[in-house]
Design a protein. Sequence first.
Length: 175
Amino acid sequence: MALREIIILPDKQLRLVSKPVEKVTPEIRKLADDMFETMYDAPGIGLAAIQIAEPLRLITMDLAKRDENGETQPKPRVFINPEIIARSEELSVYEEGCLSIPEYYEEVERPARVRVRYMDLDGKLHEEDADGLFATCIQHEIDHLNGVLFVDYLSKLKRDRVFKKFEKAAKRAAE
């Protein structure tokens, strides 16, 4: 496993549409391992491959829950070529953040429930219903695979402010 660099707004790669994974290879498994290590180190609960400059339709996610003893029960998941095949009309609002837009959080409205189809690391196809944080996170990460960022759901004014802030930071870092 290797820690990878997470690309940050305004990096243009974040707008790329990721390519489907043709088959699960040792390289894809290593990429997933690297993504978990990078995601946990950040720390985050989801990561799309494009966020580490790999334009492939691959997502890692761990929506760890704490049990009654305060112990974390990790449930690491890998989603290959995920797609949303159904959305509820009911909407929900969650405060979202993004490892590629560090330290910025905003409420985003999305479908409350979705049905997702994906392949796992064994190459098996799955369909699963998602709600709550899982629904929000899977939609957020699939958006990344399509070159969409959570700030795209905000008003133009808020979105412009975020982009200006990160463009200024990138210029300062380059100097």
